[in-house]
Design a binder for this molecule. Structure first.
Ligand code: UTP
Length: 229
């Protein structure tokens, strides 16, 4: 039986917050290896703090949006390299630079890992493109916030937590314009692709490996379910 495809978009803020990162990435890799026996897992890594550092510093130096995006992409691939290293022979040691190559390498029991592809969007969008290339499936957004909220819960204590949303409702919550290093709850292009390709998105706290594992395996989890239908 063919396995269900699950593409995980994991933020750099989850992979490298500089809080026992090797311990976390090691445990994440073990969990992914186990989960990949039941579902087909692919992972797209974000840039996090180092992406922010490079885009801010590059902007101060007068870089164009294209140049800043290219710097950001470089950091996502570095982070992807770290996770691939932790996965050992269950993943690709060299990081694919486009979704077509990543999809070609994807197979049951193997965890394809990649970062960004080209300027103009973020790795959330890459995750939806990879899901499309793999013929559909779900996208799990493993982020620093445990769900989608009406506002940033770290800044606004009255922010409402959504457990379910439609893709249209998510679309109303995201920024419409891409800007290098600019962060949104989910990439607007990713929302557009998910809607068109009928790809469901699930938001979960990426540092909570128990909840992340449940989401990957299709079990009930604490987070936000975004239905594309
Ligand atoms: P991220 O995907 O980490 O973006 O890529 P982000 O919005 O900062 O991530 P999170 O979700 O909040 O953690 C970092 C930067 O790299 C460039 C963009 O400038 C992005 O802001 N990038 C990334 C691209 O231009 N293309 C890609 O395919 C991926």
């Amino acid at each position: 039986m063919t396995q269900e495809v699950v593409v995980i978009s994991i933020g750099g803020s989850i992979l490298i917050p500089d809080q026992n990162d090797s311990v976390y990435i090691g445990k994440l890799a073990e969990m992914l290896k186990k989960a990949s026996e039941k579902v087909r897992v692919a992972v797209v890594c974000g840039g996090g703090k180092i992406a922010r550092y490079y885009t801010v510093t590059g902007r101060e130096l007068g870089g164009t949006e294209y140049q800043l995006d290219m710097l950001g992409i470089g950091t996502t691939r570095l982070n992807a390299g770290l996770l691939a290293l932790a996965l050992g022979d269950r993943s690709n040691p060299d990081i694919p630079t486009d979704v077509k190559t990543a999809a070609e390498r994807s197979k049951d029991g193997f965890i394809t890992v990649m970062g960004g592809t080209e300027p103009g969007h973020t790795t959330d969008a890459v995750a939806t493109m990879l899901a499309k290339e793999l013929g559909g499936g779900r996208v799990i957004n493993a982020t620093a916030v445990d769900a989608v909220y009406s506002d940033d819960p770290r800044k606004n204590p009255d922010a409402v937590k959504y457990s379910k949303l439609t893709i249209k409702e998510l679309g109303n919550l995201v920024y419409k314009d891409h800007g290098a290093g600019k962060s949104s709850v989910f990439d607007p292009l990713g929302v557009e692709i998910a809607e068109k390709e009928k790809i469901d998105i699930q938001m979960v706290d990426g540092r909570n490996l128990e909840e992340l594992e449940k989401a990957i395996l299709g079990l009930p989890f604490d987070g936000t379910y975004i239905s594309s239908q």
